[in-house]
Each structure stands twice: as C-alpha cells, then as structure tokens.
Design a protein around this ligand. Structure first.
Ligand code: C2E
Ligand code: MG
Ligand code: MG
Length: 744
C-alpha cells in the first residue's frame, strides 16, 4: 500500500474529520499544521484499517462496495485493486444468500441498526471460508460530493471463522462418533463391562451383559465387583495370569468361567484390556466377551458322539484305541501287562431275525450293562458295532488272570437269561483273549489277536474262551502276508479256473460244469479255495477275484458254444456272501455276460445254503434280479444249513446241490440215504433239478440215478481240470461203463 493511494481514497472516505480538511478560514500556518496532523492521523487510521486482520468494507444501500480492505479482498479471493468491483452477495455461498438478504432487509427498513450473521463465502479463487459478518448502518461516511447529501451506508466487518468452524465440526464429528460407538457397545450382542482397578468395582455393563448376568436395564451396579460376575477360579486367574499380561502392555484373550443369570456357570471368551492414567498406572479394566457356553456344550456333545456308541453309550472303537494306547504305555513302566477280550455274542443274528431289531437293541444294551457290572475299576468295555464287545483290562498279571476275567464276563452273560419284556432269552458268547507282550505294543495288533482268538472260539463250537498264543500270532502274520500276495495275484492273472463236469447219471452226458478257482502262487504252487477264499472274503478281495472268475468262466462258456454247439454245458460259478450283498451284483453279472457274448441261460450262479438263509429276504430280492437276467441259480451245499421251506418256495432257484456229506453216506448209511432221497423228492415237488456233489463211487452214482437225481459231480467222474481237457467228453459224454456202472 502506498501513501498516495491512501491519500487518494482518503478524499472520499475519511470519517468524522471530513469538514476539517478544508481549513481555509484558519490562520494559514496553524491551519496547515492542523491539516498535517489530520493527514497523519488519517494515514495511521487508514493503515490500521487496511491492514486489520478483519475484513472491512463499506457499501452503499444498493450494495455497491465503496471500499474494502485487504483482509476482505483476501476473503473474496480478489486482489486489493479489484475491491471496488465487488458486487453485493457475489461471493456469498448460494445456500446462505437467503439469510443474508433477510437480515439486510431488516437493516434497510430501519427495524435494526446492526446485525450479525455467520455464513459461508466462496471466493473468486474457489476457496470457501466461514465468516462471521457484522453489518452496521452508518451515517456520514461518504457524503455525496456533488449534492452534499449524506446517505446511509453500511459498514461490514467480516471475520474469518473457518478455523473455528472446522474445529467445531471436528468436535461435533468426534462427539457423534463417540455417541455411535457408545450405541454400538450398548447394543452389541457381545458382553461388555468396565471395572475400576484395583478395587474391581463395576462401572459399566452393556445391555447384553446386563441381560446375561440378570440385571435390569437401569439397576445400579456400583456395589458389584468382578467377584460377583466371575467364578472363584476365574478371579484367581486375574491375579495369577491376566494382570501380568496387562502390565506388560498386552491385551489378554481367553476363556473365563462367569456366573450367569441363574447362578449357572457360563463360558465367556473374552478380551481384557487395561485403562491407564496419565502416569501409565492401570486404573480400569475393560472386557469384551462372547458367551460360548452353548458352543462348548455342542462341542462336548460332538466329541462324545465321536467317541461313543450311541446304542449302549459305551466307548466306541476310536476311544478304545485311545485307552489301549494309554494302558500299553502305562504297562510298559510296570510289571503288569494289558489284556484285550474280544467278545462276540453267539447266534445274535437269530435274535434280530426272529424277535426284531428292537429286541436285538435291548439285548445289546442289557449285555453292555452286565459286562460293565463285572469289570474292575480302570477296565474299559467298548462296543465295536454289531454284537462285538471288547474289554480292555488295563493291569493283569498273566494269561491266567486275563482268562479269569474272561470267565467272569462269560458267566455274567450265560449265568442268567435276559428278560426283554415278552421274551426271555438265554445267551452265550465266544471270547478271544490276547495279552500284550513286551515286543507287541500296537493297539491294533492286540485287537486283531483277540479277534482271531474269538474266531477260533467260534470255530470250536462257540460259548468258549480262547487265548491268542504264539502260533496264532504267527498264523495271523502269515495270513496278512498272504492277503498282500492275493491282492497282487488278482491283478496279475495268477487266478485261474478249473472245470469239473456234472453228468446226467442216466446218460453220462455232460450237462454242466462247475468253475472252481485256483491260485497259481509263484512260490507255494497251486493253492485251492480253502487256502484263499476265506481270506479273500475277510479282506474284501473276493469282489475282484469273483469278477475275474466270472469273466474267465463266461468267456470259456462262450468258447464251448463255438466249439461244440448245443452240447455246450451250462457253466456254474460260485458266488460268495460279500458278492451277494453287493447292491450292483446284477448289473455286474449282466455286463460280464454281455461282454463274453454268452446266452445268459448258459450261466448258473451257485450260492451256498447258509449264505442264502442268513438273510433270506435280501437274498430273495437279489436272486430275483439275477433271475430276470435269465441266468440259472443253484443252492450250493444244500442240507448243511437250515433252509426254511417257505423261503425255499419263494427263492427263484432252479437247482439244489446236495452236499457231499450226505452223498458220502449213500448206501451204507440209511439215514444219509433217506436224507438224499428226501431232498430229491422235495426238489421234484418244487420242480427243481438236483446235483449230487462229491460222487466218489459207482454205487453212489447208481443209487442217485435210481432216486431220480438229475446231475452227479465228483471225483468218480472227473476232478476239476483245465477247460481244454474237457472238450472230448463234452462231445461224447462220459462212458458210464468205464466208471464201473454196470447193468443199468
Ligand atoms: P463247492 O462249490 O461245493 O465246490 C465243490 C468242491 O468239492 C470243490 O472243491 C471240488 O473240487 C470238491 N469236490 C468235487 N468232487 C469231489 C469229490 O468227489 N470228493 C471230494 N472230496 N471233493 C470233491 P474246491 O475246488 O476246493 O472248492 C471248494 C469250495 O470253494 C467250493 O465248494 C466253493 O464253495 C468255493 N469256491 C471255489 N471256487 C470259487 C470261486 O470262484 N468263488 C467262490 N466264491 N467260491 C469258490
Ligand atoms: Mg459250488
Ligand atoms: Mg458244494
């Protein structure tokens, strides 16, 4: 700012002193001095106004700006030189214009002399300022030079309050934020509480916490301490553990037991933090937690379900193995050893079949509680499923001790009948006992040993106790080895098939052949079914093995059709229990038959009587499906099981194979002879064919022919032989005379 500029403007706007600038009537030097003094004063004043940190402007009633200082120009974002070009309201924020107009109107109509208002300004530079504006009507600030009139003017003071407004906004925001946080804390379903430290007195509980701890919404809490909410052991943890963590400057996370509304213990997973004073001392504790009682309860239930048998509530296999591991570890540090009793109820299936599953379940529960009742503390009884129970005796001296316990268990089952409401049942059990030796500490091996011994008990006539000994152990490991080799054999074509002919005892014609599996073992030579079929059943390998045999037999049957035409025999293939139980058996058979290009009626499937009768209903439906394929069905080893006549009528079979044991006694043994005669006449009544198995003498053959038996199979006629060795007899039939059958 220059003094010149100041002077020039001063001519128009010097307040109050304007008359004195014209001192023509005063003595010349006094007037000049006065004028100088006046000018100096005006200059000071003007400089002051101009540089004042407050915006200042004078406007005419029509809004024309007559003068504006630097601060005002800065607010409006214009250079000082442009002050007089400012228009009324030009830079007022559009939203605030209305307010400004209103107060101005009051000023203009004279109802007030000054007014104050806060509003926003958007300068020419685009910068927004919050301003506190004071407008005052003033007279005589600028008389009209020409008319001498002294119209009203307006003095406007503009104070930039942007910073203050911003601070206020920040404060407001912070307050809003705090209020929101408070609302969130109050309404969250998590439990929140604050207490003083070290008094432990509660100062705050949110709504969820109040509900969980049984306090009303506005109930005072200042007489409560942490000890009223936390159980004693949790309070101890505060001093022992939690405060240490907080002292180190960390938050503590963990689960603490608290006291719920009804005085019940609840589990709360929580984070505890410390509040500190300016000196850093802990003055309060804040806890945010979640009630996990229900989740913990479910976890406990799930864990229980995963380790217990739902029917009897006894430990299941998984938990038994756990206990066994523990017992073995403990035994290794003492003179005692561990025994495992493997118990299987005898003929339990019969109970299920004849009295229904509810009775079966009730019996299993009763057995479970009887066994549990005779055990020593520390022993465990588990149920492995079905009717299999295992008793783990954690500390036994020797096998005699273990056998004594087994005897006690057997006696508790056999000693008294089971009263199942309507039904009164007598029951026996087969028990296998195995003892851990110093080198055998694997739970599974011990269980397998006891299992093997139990099977021997069954084999030896049930209701027995057998001890797993060294020789059994050796056989068990050989068996495991053989199982491995068998798996390999099925995959590598070591399984082959021999065929044994069945002839019409009258004509000698070969009507069918039975496919019998052999295992060409690389080191042990040729193995027969008794060496591997049972093993294959137990290990599930029978499925692959059976399919292999079926495939070879069907292919051979189709080849015979090619070779000998309508003299081609029906090929019999044996099915095991596992195969019969497979849901997709009919589909598998259909696929194999089709692939071999064989007419289905040239295949006959043999199922042993015991397997069929074990679950006759299921067998009927499976056999029905097979029958629909057009394949023949035969009951093998007939007479050894307990066929029910009613089932026999419903089974879609076409042939009964009379078991060798009856054929053996044909002739010399009148009882056997009459059984064979009865079977044949029964078969005839049911319109079934009969094949006598194991025919070894000409006499048997003659008798069978006389009884009307339709087929004979046995070493007398031929042993099982490779397919190619059969072709000649297929064409010509077997010469009965050469077999010693004379005078027919
Ligand atoms: P099975 O079905 O009753 O077969 C008859 C068994 O009696 C055959 O024994 C046969 O060689 C034998 N045998 C035939 N005639 C005589 C005789 O005059 N005297 C004597 N002492 N025995 C005779 P193998 O081949 O050892 O088969 C035994 C059992 O193994 C079969 O009994 C059958 O149940 C089963 N088996 C054989 N091959 C298979 C197969 O591929 N799958 C299934 N699941 N089981 C098979
Ligand atoms: Mg057979
Ligand atoms: Mg048989």
């Amino acid at each position: 700012m220059t003094s010149e500029a100041s002077h020039e403007r001063g001519a128009m706007t010097v307040p109050e002193t304007i008359d004195l600038t014209d001192g023509a009537l005063a003595p010349a030097d006094a007037a000049a001095r006065a004028l100088d003094a006046l000018r100096a004063s005006e200059h000071r004043y003007r400089t002051l106004v101009r540089n004042a940190p407050i915006g200042y402007l004078i406007a005419a009633a029509d809004g024309t700006v007559l003068e504006a200082n630097d601060a005002a120009c800065a607010l409006f974002g214009v250079p000082p030189a442009a002050a007089r070009t400012l228009q009324p309201f030009q830079y007022c924020h559009p939203d605030d214009k209305g307010d400004l107009e209103q107060v101005l109107a009051e000023l203009l109509d004279g109802s007030v002399d000054t007014c104050q208002l806060e509003h926003r300004v958007i300068g020419a530079d685009g910068v927004e300022h919050a301003v506190a504006t004071t407008i005052a009507r003033v007279d005589g600030v600028a008389p009209d030079a020409e008319t001498g009139d002294n119209p009203e003017h307006y003095l406007v003071l503009l104070r930039d309050i942007s910073q203050r407004a911003e601070a206020e906004r920040a404060l407001e925001l912070a307050q809003e934020q705090t209020a929101r946080l408070a609302r969130i804390v109050e309404t969250t379903s998590d439990l929140v509480g604050i207490s003083d430290h070290p008094s432990g007195r509660l100062t705050y509980l949110n709504a969820a916490a109040r509900r969980r701890f049984g306090l009303d919404e506005h109930e005072p809490i200042d007489d409560l301490t942490l000890g009223d909410l936390y159980t004693e052991d949790s309070v101890v943890r505060f001093t022992d553990e939690i405060l240490g963590v907080l002292d180190a400057g960390d938050a503590w996370n963990g689960e603490l037991r608290m006291i719920g509304r009804d005085g019940d213990a609840i589990e709360v997973w929580q984070t505890i933090t410390a509040e500190r004073d300016d000196a850093g001392a802990i003055v309060g504790l804040a806890a945010v937690g979640r009630d996990v009682t229900e989740r913990r309860r479910m976890e406990t239930e799930l864990a229980y379900a995963a380790t217990h048998d739902p029917l009897t509530g006894l430990p299941n296999r998984a938990l038994l193995i756990d206990h066994l591991e523990l017992a073995l570890a403990q035994a290794s540090r003492s003179d005692d050893t561990v025994a495992v009793l493997f118990l299987d109820l005898d003929r339990f299936k019969l109970v299920n079949d004849s009295h229904g599953h509810d009775a079966g379940d009730a019996l299993l529960r009763a057995v479970a509680s009887r066994i549990a009742g005779v055990l020593r503390p520390g022993d465990t009884v588990a149920r492995l499923g079905g009717d299999e129970f295992v008793v783990l005796c954690a500390a036994v001296r020797d096998e005699f001790h273990a056998l004594a316990i087994a005897q006690r268990v057997a006696a508790c089952i056999e000693g008294a009948s089971f009263d199942l409401g309507e039904i009164d049942l007598e029951l026996t059990a087969s028990i296998g006992v195995a003892l851990a030796t110093h080198h055998e500490t694997h739970p599974e091996a011990l269980l397998r040993g006891a299992d093997a011994a139990m099977y021997r008990a069954k084999d030896h006539g049930r209701a027995r106790i057998e001890l797993f000994d060294e020789s059994m152990r050796r056989r068990a490991s050989e068996r495991a080895q053989l199982a491995e080799e068998l798996a390999h054999a099925v995959e590598h074509d070591e399984i082959r098939v021999l065929y044994q002919p069945v002839i019409d005892p009258h004509s000698g014609r070969v009507t069918s052949v039975e496919a019998l599996a052999r295992w060409a073992h690389p080191t042990r030579g040729e193995l027969t079914p008794k060496d591997f079929i049972g093993l294959a059943e137990d290990t599930g390998l029978i499925v692959g093995l059976g399919l292999r045999v079926l495939h070879l037999a069907c292919t051979q049957a189709a080849a015979w059709v090619e070779a000998v035409g309508d003299r081609a025999p029906i090929v019999h293939v044996n099915l095991s229990a596992t195969q019969l139980g497979a849901a997709n058996l009919a589909d598998l058979v259909a696929a194999v038959v089709e692939r071999a290009g064989l007419r289905p009626e040239l295949l006959c499937l043999e199922i042993t009587e015991t397997v069929v009768m074990e679950d006759a209903e299921a067998a009927i439906s499976t056999l029905d499906r097979l029958c629909k394929l057009g394949v023949g069905l035969a009951i093998d080893d007939f007479g050894t099981g307990y066929s029910s006549l009613s089932y026999l009528r419903r089974l879609p079979v076409d042939t009964l194979k009379i078991d060798q044991s009856f054929v053996d006694g044909l002739g010399p043994d009148p009882e056997d002879s009459s059984i064979v005669a009865a079977i044949i006449s029964l078969a005839r009544t049911l319109e079934l064919g009969t094949i006598a198995e194991g025919v070894e003498t000409a006499e048997q053959l003659v008798l069978l022919a006389g009884l009307g038996c339709s087929g004979a199979q046995g070493f007398l006629i031929a042993e099982p032989v490779p397919a190619e060795a059969l072709e000649a007899s297929l064409r010509t039939g077997v010469d009965l005379g050469a077999l010693g059958v004379v005078d027919r």
